[in-house]
Design a protein around this ligand. Structure first.
Ligand SMILES: [Zn+2]
Ligand SMILES: [Zn+2]
Length: 371
C-alpha cells in the first residue's frame, strides 16, 4: 500500500498540482489539466488503510518508511516524532514531523501527500480549496508592507515574500442548537428645563430576553502550531465553498493533520457560542442610556462536530530577535499580522489580533422572543 501519494500527469509524467484559478489539477510542465473528479480513485487507499487510524509516528509502520534503529533499540523516528518517507519520483528521503500531511520532496520538489495521516479516523470530511495562489498572497502582503511607512526594508524584499507558504490548517467545526435567556437592567434618562430649574428624570427597566439559535460550523483550529487568536482573526471562512475531502487538493501545498482532539477543542467552541449568544440577546436591547446584564443562561442541544481542512497563507519571519507572523485567509484574502516599527515611532499594527468572536460568520437563524 502506497504511503506517499502523488499525482502523475498522464501526458508527460510530471507531477500535477491543484491550481487555484482553475480549481482543477494542472501539470506545471505540459499545462494539461484534469478535473478533480478524475483524481477520486487515488483516495480509495484512505478508507482501506486500517493501520492508519493510529496517528503516532511509530504506529503507522509502512513499507516505505526507513527504520533508523540505533544501538539502544530506540528508533530515531520515535525519539524525534519524525518519520521518513521515500519519494516515489526520485527515491529521496522525505523527512516530516508527525503531523505533516502534505509537503514537497526536498530533492526533486515533487508535491506529495502522506496518506497515513489522512486515512481512516484521520480522514477529513471536508476541505475548502485554496482560491488565492502564491502570487496573489505575495502581492497582498507586499501591498500591505508598502502602505506602512515605518516598516523596515527587510520586510519588503522579494526573498522574504517568497517564503510565504500555503498551508491547509486542520479545523474542528461544531454545530449546536442553543436555548438562551438573559435579564438586563437598563435606564432611560430625560432632561428638561424651565425658567427656574434643570430637571433630570431617570427611568429604570428590568428586561428579559429569551430565544433559540442554531450555530453551524463554529471553527476551532486543531493545530498547536497555529495560534488560536491569529486563526480566528482571519475568519470568516465560507463553508459554502467546502467540498468533500480529496487528497488531490493538497498537491502543491502543505497540510497538517490535527494534533488537538475535538474533545480538547470543544471548550473553545462552547466559549465562542456563549459569547455570540450573549451578544445576540444583548443586541436586541436598544434605546436605553445604560444596559447591564444581570443574568444569563445558555443550554446546548444536538451538538455535532466535523473535521475539515481550511486554506491559509502563512509567513513566519523574525526581525531583531522577535518573531512576526502574517496569515492570510486562502479563500477570502483577509490578511492579519503585525510589523515592527522603527523605535520611537507609532507601531504599525494592523487588524489587531484579538480573541474576538465573529458572530455573524456562523450565526444561523436567530429567533428572539420578547416578553
Ligand atoms: Zn504534463
Ligand atoms: Zn523526490
Amino acid at each position: 500500500m502506497a504511503d506517499v501519494l502523488d499525482y502523475k500527469c498522464p501526458f508527460c509524467g510530471g507531477k500535477m498540482e491543484f491550481d487555484t484559478a482553475l480549481q482543477k489539477m494542472k501539470c506545471p510542465y505540459c499545462d494539461s489539466t484534469l478535473e478533480m473528479s478524475e483524481m477520486e480513485g487515488k483516495d480509495a487507499v484512505l478508507d482501506t488503510d486500517a493501520s492508519a487510524s493510529d496517528d503516532s509516528a511509530h504506529a503507522g509502520p509502512t513499507q516505505d518508511s526507513i527504520d533508523f534503529d540505533i544501538e539502544n533499540g530506540a528508533s530515531w523516528t520515535d525519539a524525534q516524532g519524525m518519520a521518513v518517507f521515500t519519494c516515489n519520483s526520485c527515491g529521496g528521503e522525505i523527512i516530516s514531523d508527525e503531523n505533516t500531511v502534505a509537503t514537497a520532496c526536498p530533492f526533486c520538489g515533487n508535491p506529495v501527500v502522506l496518506t497515513s495521516r489522512v486515512s481512516g479516523m484521520l480522514k477529513p470530511e471536508y476541505v475548502i480549496p485554496f482560491k488565492l495562489d502564491k502570487a496573489a498572497a505575495k502581492k497582498r502582503l507586499a501591498d500591505y508592507v508598502k502602505s506602512k511607512r515605518f516598516a523596515p526594508g527587510a520586510f519588503r524584499s522579494e526573498n522574504k515574500l517568497e517564503e510565504i507558504k500555503g498551508i491547509y490548517v486542520p479545523y474542528w467545526l461544531f454545530d449546536s442548537d442553543v436555548d438562551a435567556a438573559a435579564t438586563f437592567a437598563a435606564t432611560r434618562v430625560r432632561h428638561w428645563s424651565d425658567s427656574k430649574f434643570d430637571y433630570t428624570e431617570t427611568s429604570f427597566y428590568d428586561i428579559s430576553r429569551a430565544g433559540s439559535m442554531r450555530f453551524e460550523n463554529i471553527p476551532v483550529d486543531g493545530s498547536t502550531k497555529m495560534p488560536d487568536d491569529l486563526m480566528e482573526s482571519i475568519e470568516p471562512f465560507n463553508f459554502g465553498d467546502a467540498v468533500d475531502f480529496q487528497t488531490a487538493y493538497l498537491s502543491g501545498f502543505l497540510a497538517d493533520k490535527y494534533d488537538v482532539s475535538k474533545e480538547a477543542s470543544l471548550p473553545r467552541a462552547t466559549e465562542r457560542l456563549k459569547v455570540s449568544t450573549g451578544e445576540a440577546l444583548r443586541s436586541t436591547v436598544q434605546g436605553y442610556a445604560t444596559v447591564t446584564e444581570k443574568s444569563s443562561f445558555v443550554n446546548t442541544r444536538n451538538g455535532r462536530s466535523k473535521y475539515a481542512l481550511y486554506p491559509v497563507w502563512l509567513l513566519n519571519t523574525s526581525y531583531r530577535g522577535k518573531k512576526y507572523t502574517f496569515a492570510m485567509n486562502g479563500q477570502t484574502g483577509k490578511l492579519i499580522g503585525d510589523l515592527p516599527a522603527s523605535p520611537g515611532k507609532l507601531a504599525a499594527l494592523f487588524g489587531s489580533v484579538t480573541a474576538g468572536v465573529t458572530a455573524a460568520a456562523f450565526l444561523i437563524g436567530l429567533m428572539i422572543g420578547f416578553f
